[in-house]
Design a protein around this ligand. Structure first.
Ligand code: PLP
Length: 388
């Protein structure tokens, strides 16, 4: 099997699994209890917090563990809205966000909030002048992602932070795809809040974090026993958090080499595909793009049928995002960068990672042209174009 869907999820690193195992059985204690095993669990959680903070370039006390990227996004947005309810009901986001952000904003819109969806250019970068013009007296939050999960485009997060800060507006960024793939340094010049998820960086599913900058406070989203200093209740997911910490530690040690190696594989794959398949476009920013992501639109055929043919060859890839596949609507991200519906329908996302090899690249680049050829033979649009 060739797995090239690392932006959807990553396999849990064996070293991560190993670090987690003791907290399921030998030490299963509730981290909030008073006895010795609970103290040991607490210590392990605090060590994990330090490792996650170190990878994020922030303080340990600025990290709050959650159930994942989706919860972190929901918490940041709803939390900011509730905190600043008296000041206004306007939120600015972008047209290329993950559904965890988009659907949270849509839910607030139904409660009377005004949402501005910033347009992006053909590379997927938000328009900073539109952002500046959109900030009004009643604006309480800007939420723009760090790096896009579908096309890999990296946003000018530093500039957005500067703009938001100069106008006294909170800034949240969904950094789920950036965390572990880009060196982050979250400090007073950056966003006020940032969302992370462990399973995108070789950690377990169902655990993540929200970075909340020191001095910023939002009300809790999950209420209960007061864990995470009262900000996020629920019995601490000790094993998950320990695994998240170990995953962050491994990424920190291996990130530079990984960017180099995986980036090189992606570039070779991109070059081969572009050379062998006609009528194809690469989506995303040519430079400011995640090193592992290759998103293409192959004209005159459907992304879904490419995926099925690849699956038949034992290749796991995706079309758009994992959340939209299965639906017949083209990706909102590809529409936002200005692609017409019929082109956006032919999208294929190959996202690489730690366990990909040159053989994987060879396999994909050798089978894809044949698949495209076959699908085009039976495509009415392709035949129309040839005869027309
Ligand atoms: C995967 C992903 C999420 C959701 O994270 P979960 O931990 O799966 O809930 C949010 N935002 C982006 C950009 C993602 O890629």
């Amino acid at each position: 099997m060739v797995y090239m869907d690392y932006n959807a999820t990553t396999p849990c690193d064996k070293r991560v699994v190993e670090s987690m195992l003791p907290y399921f059985s030998e030490n299963f204690a509730n981290a909030s209890s008073v006895y010795q095993p609970a103290r040991a669990a607490r210590k392990a959680v605090e060590e994990a917090r330090e490792k996650v903070a170190s990878l994020a370039g922030c303080l340990p006390e600025e990290i709050f563990f959650t159930s994942g990227g989706t919860e972190s996004d929901n918490w940041a947005i709803v939390g900011a809205a509730l905190k600043l309810e008296a000041r206004g009901k306007h939120i600015i986001t972008s047209r290329v966000e993950h559904h965890a952000v988009i659907n949270t904003c849509k839910a607030l819109a139904r409660k009377g909030y005004r949402i501005t969806y910033l347009p992006v250019d053909s590379h997927g970068v938000v328009d900073l002048s539109k952002l500046e013009a959109s900030i009004k007296k009643d604006t309480v939050l800007v939420s723009v992602m760090y790096a896009n999960n579908e096309i890999g485009t990296i946003q000018p997060v530093g500039k957005i932070a500067e703009l938001a800060r100069s106008r006294g507006v909170l800034f949240h960024t969904d950094a789920v795809q950036a965390f572990g793939k880009l060196p982050l340094r979250l400090d007073k010049n950056g966003p006020d809040m940032a969302s992370f998820s462990a399973h995108k960086l070789y950690g377990p599913k169902g655990v993540g974090a929200l970075y909340i900058r020191k001095g910023v406070s939002i009300p809790p989203f999950i209420k209960g026993g007061g864990q995470e200093k009262g900000r996020r209740s629920g019995t601490t997911n000790v094993a998950g958090i320990v695994g998240f910490g170990r995953a962050a530690e491994i990424v920190a040690a291996e990130m530079d080499a990984d960017i180099e190696r995986v980036g090189n594989l992606r570039d070779i794959l991109e070059k081969r595909i572009m050379e062998t398949i006609p009528e194809i476009v690469v989506n995303g920013h040519p430079e400011n793009r995640l090193h592992n992501t290759l998103n293409v639109c192959i004209r005159y055929i459907e992304g879904e049928s490419i995926l099925m043919s690849l699956d038949f060859e034992g290749i796991c890839a995706s079309s758009g995002s994992a959340c939209t596949s299965g639906s017949l609507e083209p990706s909102h991200v590809l529409l936002a960068i200005g692609l017409p519906h019929e082109v956006a329908h032919g999208s294929l996302r190959l996202s690489l990672g730690r366990y990909n090899t040159m053989e994987d690249v060879e396999k994909v680049s050798s089978v894809l042209p044949g698949i495209v050829d076959r699908l085009r033979q039976i495509s009415p649009f392709w035949n129309e174009k040839k005869t027309g």
